[in-house]
Design a protein around this ligand. Sequence first.
Ligand SMILES: *Cc1c(COP(=O)(O)O)cnc(C)c1O
Length: 440
Amino acid sequence: MDAAEFRKRGKEMVDYIADYLEKIDERQVFPDVEPGYLRPLIADCAPQNPETFEDVFKDIEKIIMPGVTHWHSPYFFAYFPAASSFPALLADMLCGGIGCVGFSWAASPACTELETVMLDWLGKMINLPEEFLAGKDGHGGGVIQGSASEATLISLLAARTKTIRRVQSEKPELTEADIMGRLVAYASDQFCATLGTTPCCSFDKLLELGPICNKENIWMHIDAAYAGSAFICPEFRHLLNGVEFADSFNFNPHKWLLVNFDCSAMWVKKRSDLTGAFKLEPLYLQHHHQESGLVTDYRHWQIPLGRRFRSLKLWFVLRMYGVTGLQEHIRKHVRLSHQFEHLVRQDERFEICAEVILGLVCFRLKGSNELNEALLKSINAAKKIHLVPCHLREKFVLRFAICSRTVESTHIKFAWQHISQLATDLLKTWEQNHHQQKQQ
Ligand SMILES: *Cc1c(COP(=O)(O)O)cnc(C)c1O
């Protein structure tokens, strides 16, 4: 493919994506395929001779789309949202076009510097304490990780190194192995200090945890993967109070801030805690400068060496939506979750299982876990909407997460009517079976 054909095909691909997203509600949200569906549809090995773009393109609808779960359908209410927007998609194209691998400042200065500034922008949007911002004095700063799980692992490793060095300076007779064997990581059943847990979007009390961590010299990492985006709205910012006690903080713009996966924003108060743990300087990567607010080598802030130019999509989205546009997006989702909550509360057969704070509603039929498992099964078998469950204190609970950028009140009403009808059908057969069992 030469540049002339790329121009032509690029336009066709943009049209295809725009059509896909514009009419996504016409597709069944969850696919009909069985495991192993794909292999029989494609060749056993890579083609010896080149194929044309048309050959590949026609296989998208034939081979790929039948096996796609449509995360951006307004009938998708599973997991948590996967952010997506047109500005982010365009920025990702540019990222691919530039195609740099920005592991150090010199490897592509714009890749590093835009990321540093975007993380300061984002930090200011959620009113993060200034110590976390690179622009303050160059001690703190932010970095884009691939996922919240990576950010948690990195914090754990950095905390380990920091603690080992501290203990070694106090007790030089101890070896690293001696200390390593005695380290303790404290966590609840949903892991570290979390704002917006995955099962039910509950919030840890940072104002209680934080001072204890600080007093006992314990690294505090806060995971706000989903909920973090909401802190750009002043009415939700109080949920972040206590972040001033943390050593590291993370949330995923790729969940709820309209920036396509992957873009997980992580901040630390002391960049030296990360670089101290991960610094690796073979000769071919040395550029004779110091890490500071101006020159950052992000390879010391992450597990991999290579990294994409991911800040472009943050830059495009933050500029083209503006803070107010993004606040509208968050507020619409929260409004829709309360609409769904209201519908559930009006039906006496159901109960709400956790306080609805942001865009997630946990609910169930009053009754056994088996009954609720059967309800979820019938919902996901009908494939008109898609949900996933969770366990809350041994109870089987259905999670209804507001996900799509384009979801509206009508979709919420439809989803509820559908769930409530399936519940009616289920309860009829359930009671009959129960009655028969009793008679036997
Ligand atoms: C979604 C989620 C994660 C995992 O996020 P990844 O970026 O996919 O690793 C971690 N913690 C919480 C609280 C989440 O909601």
